[in-house]
Design a protein around this ligand. Structure first.
Ligand SMILES: Nc1ncnc2c1ncn2[C@@H]1O[C@H](COP(=O)(O)OP(=O)(O)OP(=O)(O)O)[C@@H](O)[C@H]1O
Ligand SMILES: [Mg+2]
Length: 498
């Protein structure tokens, strides 16, 4: 079906009084499929002071368009506000305000309608001027009905296409974020899909990824997009709680359960009733607590420490780990049955270095956040700085990028964040590329190059964790002792000491 098939056929059967030439063949169909995407008929506004012209155009278009008519500019502007048209047929010469007035008001708006000006054959110059001032096209009176048909059809199809493209672009663009998560890489798109699907279920989710990849943000998105979003999201970091306290932290305790238990205390499981319990670093859960946790997960009931009463809860569990739980299961460190209970829907977040396409969007997102928080005006990141960011290996993943941008925003004094504002470690990674070249060309030996690279990574990790060795070691996924040995070997000491 064409965009406006009916009036054309009618026009052919019964020549319109304004018609000079009548169509003898079918007008081209154009991209008519798009009409199916419009929720209603396209709206056409006819602005002309001559009632005869208004009526003729209305009759010609009314079967396929919502036609509104106005006898002058003021009424036309009112109609535009009431029912924004997709296309305006505009007479230029009218008593009172001229069509140019309406043109200049409407053509400069966001997403203006198509505007076709109607002029006498002897005023082509005026029509050309109108086009220069924003009209889409012109038609000369008396109308060539076929030309009018084709023009209206083409313009409406074109507009529908533009809207469809904008809609799809918004949809695709919208996929660059989900809740607070930013990412356009294929990996993140896949993760967004899983989050959306799993959020609607009650399934237990296991988020796996290295430190700083966004595990907690993913867990929150699962909660926020599900039907428990109005209920609590309770987070417990198993790595941060001493082994002897974790059981009472999770399940609560009765008064007198142990020496320090002066009062009854509600645990995180109970606190999360009807909501979600986020168990971060589940791989660190003490073996003694794993069995109780498994039962709570399976039966949704448990006893407080020192208590006999069985407490039922309705909790959705979302767990996270940066460990390889499968190998922990193999080594007997983590219970296999608990692993299978927890790993119902795994969501694996790759390290940032494996999805460098996300670096720019993330950097821009953090820039926007940091500069707003600092109450600064608009800022952009220079191309060179983006290149440096995309090049850097990000051992600390997104968290490290976030810190780097905050650092850069604090240093940048203009509206452009440049390479010089980035942490030295990030920029130095570019130097490593030079080093690689030097090795390739035989100017530098393998031993020297790898030592240099090691040193660079260690300095970066130390700088990005404020020379906190425990955090730097975590970031590099090595023990603190191994880091210390390397620091000694490279004679690295925190700034200000020597
Ligand atoms: N995709 C992302 N979009 C926007 N911000 C992100 C994204 N991923 C991570 N972040 C930000 O990076 C920081 C680290 O994220 P998060 O705490 O969720 O990581 P994590 O994997 O839980 O780290 P850890 O293992 O160290 O606990 C947070 O400030 C978070 O807001
Ligand atoms: Mg975390």
């Amino acid at each position: 079906m064409g965009c406006l098939p009916q009036p054309f056929k009618r026009a052919r059967k019964a020549p319109h009084p304004l018609a000079r030439v009548h169509a003898t063949q079918s007008a081209p169909l154009g991209i008519s499929g798009l009409r199916g995407n419009l929720t209603s008929m396209p709206r056409v506004l006819v602005v002309d002071d001559e009632p005869g012209v208004r009526e003729s155009l209305r009759m010609l278009l009314k079967n396929d368009c919502d036609v509104v008519t106005a006898d002058g500019v003021d009424e036309g502007l009112r109609a535009i506000v009431d029912t924004p048209p997709d296309l305006i047929l505009l007479d230029l010469v009218m008593p009172g305000r001229s069509g140019f007035d309406l043109l200049s008001e409407v053509a400069t708006r966001d997403d203006p309608p198509a505007i076709v000006v109607l002029t006498g054959t002897r005023s082509i110059a005026t029509a050309v001027e109108a086009v220069q001032r924003g009209a889409t096209d012109y038609l000369t009176k008396p109308f060539d009905v076929e030309a009018l048909q084709i023009k209206v059809r083409q313009l409406l199809d074109h507009r529908a296409l533009e809207h469809e493209v904008a809609r799809l672009r918004a949809k695709v663009g919208g996929r660059n974020r989900l809740c607070d998560l930013v990412g356009s890489s294929e990996a993140m798109q896949g993760i967004f899909d899983i989050i959306e699907r799993v959020a609607r279920s009650q399934a237990t989710v296991l988020v796996v990824g290295a430190s700083g990849t966004g595990k907690e943000l993913v867990a929150r998105a699962v909660h926020d997009l599900g039907d428990r979003s109005e209920q609590p999201f309770v987070a417990v970091n198993c790595a941060a709680i001493p082994e002897n306290l974790i059981e009472s932290e999770l399940f609560g305790h009765e008064r007198g359960a142990f020496t320090d238990a002066k009062e009854r205390r509600i645990g995180k499981f109970e606190a999360a009733d009807h909501g979600s319990l986020f168990l971060d670093e589940i791989g660190e859960l003490a073996p003694t607590v794993q069995a109780k946790f498994l039962r709570a997960l399976q039966e949704r009931c448990f006893e407080r420490v020192g208590g006999k009463e069985s407490i039922d809860v309705d909790v959705r569990v979302i767990a996270a780990t940066n460990r390889n739980l499968e190998s922990d299961v193999a080594s007997g460190r983590f219970r296999a049955d608990l692993y299978y209970r927890v790993n119902v829907v795994p969501i694996e977040i790759p390290p940032l270095a494996d999805r460098r396409e996300d670096v720019r969007a993330l950097a821009e997102h953090f820039l926007e956040r940091a500069r707003t928080a600092a109450g600064r005006g608009p800022q952009t990141i220079s191309r060179e700085a983006i290149t440096a960011l995309e090049f850097y290996p990000w051992p600390g993943n997104v968290r490290e990028l976030e810190n780097a941008i905050e650092h850069a925003v604090a240093l940048a004094d203009g509206d452009i964040v440049g390479v010089g504002d980035l942490p030295a470690s990030v920029v130095r990674a570019g130097v490593s590329e030079e080093l690689r070249d030097a090795v390739r060309s035989g100017r530098v030996g393998f031993e020297h190059a790898t030592r240099d690279f090691e040193r660079t990574l260690i300095v970066e990790a130390l700088e990005n964790s404020g020379w906190n060795q425990t955090r730097a070691a975590e970031r590099l996924q090595m023990t603190r002792r191994a880091l210390k040995l390397k620091m000694d070997r490279f004679e690295l000491t925190p700034p200000g000491t020597s």
